[in-house]
Design a binder for this molecule. Structure first.
Ligand code: PMM
Length: 286
């Protein structure tokens, strides 16, 4: 396997010779861009399988909406949503990650077959998360996070967004490692849209190679987010709705792949699967 860009790898994860594609299955009634669409186990498993057929390398299953302003879901309800979908997809041979801020949900999802824990709070929301991930010996996505959805817009204040996100991620990495997680299992994520305004998100996308200086593989999740709506807004018009941001998402996927991202997390897989392959071919021709 030859790569021209070093994307890094996380212990316990498969390796791809290009940026990987993580497809999203939100088992929620209210997620930002696809809430309510896969809110039933059978439909959610089928959707995950469809994403794999379209080119997803792994599927991220979540049961709690993190859109700005969202209130938290009850833990039992989150378990009820997530665990059967993880089990169903893992039974079909799909590489599954679980998107949760709760240690108990993470642990139960790993038992059900998830091989990666994706915590948008980087272990901050639940004090039991880091020990649980350390004990489970699975890879862990540590995202840049400043607070829960209700508060995150007021936390979007930066003098130097790239420097501050880098510094805060480094602090989290140190804490997670001090908590017992194998550093070789950690993936980092700038957390686009989380306590960030459009100019912050754009600056982070422009500076992805700097985030690689953390020495860990990088996950980039721009899919359908507000900053893309902002970029696409025509004068005097409202931003296009989330589901009309997939071409823009694929553009970010190509940029992120070219900048050395390990994976991109997207709702609509087809265009991004093409984008990462084009990026790979361009690398190979360089
Ligand atoms: N964004 C959302 C959900 N999970 N996970 C990671 N690692 N990074 C993200 O930026 C991220 C995430 C919110 O998006 P959605 O609710 O539209 O899926």
């Amino acid at each position: 396997m030859s790569t021209t860009i070093d994307r890094g790898t996380a212990r316990g994860l498969p390796e791809w010779d290009r940026c990987a594609v993580m497809g999203v299955v939100n088992v929620t009634p209210d997620s930002f861009s696809d809430g309510g669409r896969w809110f039933d186990t059978t439909a959610a498993v089928k959707h995950g399988l469809d994403l794999v057929a379209e080119g997803a390398d792994l599927v991220d299953v979540g049961g709690e909406s993190t859109r700005p302003g969202a209130t938290r879901v009850d833990e039992e309800e989150e378990l009820r949503r997530v665990v059967p979908v993880v089990r169903g997809l893992a039974a079909e041979g799909v590489t599954v990650s679980v998107d949760t801020m709760r240690a108990r949900v993470a642990a139960r999802a790993v038992e059900a077959g998830a091989i990666l824990v994706n915590d948008v709070s980087g272990g901050l929301a639940d004090p039991h998360m880091v020990p649980a991930v350390a004990a489970a010996e699975v890879p862990f996505v540590v995202m840049h996070w400043r607070g829960f959805s209700q508060d995150m817009n007021s936390l979007a204040v930066y003098d130097d967004v790239v420097g501050e996100v880098l510094g805060e991620l480094r602090t989290r990495l140190d804490a997670v490692v001090a908590g017992g997680v194998d550093p070789e299992r950690i993936v980092v994520d700038p957390g686009l849209g989380f306590a960030k305004l459009a100019p912050h998100d754009l600056a982070l996308v422009a500076h992805l190679p700097e985030l690689r200086t953390l020495g860990r593989p990088l996950l980039v999740a721009a899919s359908r987010k507000r900053f893309l709506g902002h970029v696409l807004t025509r004068e005097g018009a409202a931003p296009p709705p989330a589901r009309e941001r997939d071409a823009a998402t694929a553009a970010v996927s190509a940029l992120a792949a070219h900048a050395g991202a390990w994976a991109v997390r997207v709702h609509e897989v087809r265009a991004t699967a093409d984008a990462v392959r084009v990026a790979r071919a361009v690398e190979g021709a360089a």
